[in-house]
Design a protein around this ligand. Structure first.
Ligand code: NAD
Length: 329
């Protein structure tokens, strides 16, 4: 107690079920693009990630937090592998908490599950906008799980691709991609990995722990967004391939430790100084792609500020249109 008055204020609650109606793909894209730019300009900072194994349910739980102009908060959540089987709930569960940067008072509580998929898809789309060749026609998808459909939709809405090709370790999941292609009225072909040479931009979004995409599977001039590797040990791409690409990322510290670049860095094939934050390209302090033959690679590890920026945009919309539940506290 410091004797100061404890004035009441309002907490905005935006539950999971409302996110789909409140967050457009465009708003997610703009929030993520802006926060990547702020990070590269030194105006926004992600805090160290906490991720712990829980004593029950084989669960993993953690926090990703950060601060940016007008935004302070954290996403708390993780993975409960038995949720679906035991309780009919989805296994990934998360919630975003926002605080007033000026006072530290809690400001909002926002469902974080759909938000995570949309902000992750926005990150690869931002990389496609800034790094893919303007004449890129064929989108390659590696992965066909939950995130893959969001990734594919966002990419097709960002760039005028004319065809999608897809590969997945478990081919029975490929209809997930074909369904999105059908909805968006774009041709889709299943291919083998060498068939990826046809792609002008590739998104990898698997939970693989060994490389599947090899250098021989990629043509000169391709842009690759590696989105699946967000943990120590995961891997989607041959490390030597990163050494031959121009490598960009959301945040260098995460890219080198838990992102796709972790393996090339550990093997001494790539150094921290070889990796550029994509925000530098957005801000115009790095030229990005400089030739049509260059292979660009975006290591999208997933930073807390993506969640906070998108959650903040959702809260602004929900408060403005009166759909947030406001609680006096
Ligand atoms: P999911 O379980 O729905 O799908 C997993 C995908 O990986 C499927 O396509 C499956 O066939 C494939 N797969 C599984 N084992 C494989 C292996 N050994 N080799 C190659 N492919 C394999 O998972 P999801 O929710 O779509 O998530 C996919 C990945 O994206 C996960 O690793 C997840 O942690 C990661 N992710 C990253 C971010 C980020 O910000 N970068 C955000 C969310 C999720």
């Amino acid at each position: 107690m410091d004797g100061a008055p404890t004035a009441q204020h309002e907490l905005a609650i935006v539950p999971e079920g409302m996110i789909a109606d409140l967050l457009t793909r465009d708003a997610a894209f703009a929030a993520v693009e802006d926060v990547f730019a702020a990070m590269a300009a030194g105006k926004a900072q992600n805090f160290s990630v906490v991720r712990e194994a829980m004593p029950t349910e084989d669960a993993l739980y953690g926090f990703k937090g950060g601060v940016a102009p007008g935004v302070l908060g954290l996403k708390a959540g993780g993975y409960w592998p038995h949720n679906l089987d035991k309780r009919g709930l989805i296994n990934h569960q998360s919630t975003v908490f926002l605080f007033e940067p000026e006072t530290g008072r809690v400001k909002a509580m926002v469902g974080g599950n759909l938000l995570t998929a949309l902000r992750t898809a926005a990150a690869s789309s931002v990389s496609i906008k800034h790094l893919a060749r303007p004449d890129a026609k064929v989108l390659g998808m590696i992965g066909a799980g939950h995130q893959a459909t969001f990734q594919m939709r966002a990419a097709l809405e960002t760039h005028d691709f004319q065809k999608v090709i897809g590969w997945n370790l478990h081919p029975e999941m490929l209809p997930n991609l074909a369904k999105v292609a059908d909805e968006l009225d774009i041709p889709f072909d299943a291919v083998d990995l060498p068939g990826m040479v046809e792609a002008d931009a590739i998104i990898t979004i698997t939970s693989s722990f060994a490389p599947t995409l090899l250098a021989d599977h990629v043509s000169p001039g391709t842009h690759i967004a590696c989105m699946g590797t967000d943990t120590i040990g995961k891997q989607e791409v041959e490390p030597a391939f990163l050494a031959r690409s121009t490598v960009f990322c959301d945040e260098v510290a995460q890219s080198t430790t838990l992102g796709e670049a972790q393996h090339a860095v550990a093997a001494g094939l790539l150094g921290e100084s070889d990796i550029t934050q994509i925000g530098a390209v957005i801000n115009g302090t790095h030229p990005g792609r400089t030739s049509t033959d260059e292979i660009t690679l975006f290591d999208g590890t997933g930073v807390g500020l993506q969640d906070l920026a998108v959650a903040s945009s959702i809260v602004d919309t929900a408060v403005a249109n009166g759909t947030a539940t406001m609680v006096k506290i």
